[in-house]
Design a protein. Structure first.
Length: 141
């Protein structure tokens, strides 16, 4: 099964985290046993990888979102959008094996599926700003 399905599952786990403040292993077990039976081991490893990245870098990921969301305070963002952005920033900052345009496209698709009509533009704009900031930071001075 594709990374798209894995991202969908990871999004749902990130969403639960945004509500409960923790990643509940029991939720992952339920998803694996009941809802996402078609996902192969590679897809599950990708889900776990994204969760571990966020656990290790939560403050940095949230700071990147805050800086690049311009006029939006992270504490006032809808939990769906925040969850998608967390997933996207984890990929953009820590998954060098995934092309940035794929990450942005997949996050925009998640927004279209789970969020409001304007959310996909917001997600696209914030993630584009993250990419631009990363490219500017990498340029020699």
């Amino acid at each position: 099964m594709s990374r798209r399905s894995a991202r969908d599952t990871a999004f749902r786990l990130f969403y639960e985290y945004s509500i409960n403040g923790e990643f509940n292993p029991a939720t992952m077990d339920v998803m694996r046993d009941c809802f996402d039976k078609g996902m192969n081991e590679n897809a599950w490893e990708f889900v776990k990888r994204l969760i571990e990245i966020y656990k290790s870098h939560a403050d940095e990921v949230d700071a990147v979102i805050q800086v690049n969301s311009k006029k939006w305070n992270i504490s006032h963002m809808a939990k769906v959008e925040l969850s998608i952005l967390r997933l996207g920033v984890c990929e953009l900052k820590y998954c060098d094996d995934i092309h940035q345009s794929i990450t942005v496209n997949e996050c925009v698709e998640l927004a279209k599926k789970y969020a409001s009509d304007k959310s996909s533009s917001f997600i696209n704009g914030v993630l584009a700003a993250v990419i631009e900031a990363n490219q500017t930071a990498d340029e020699p001075v």
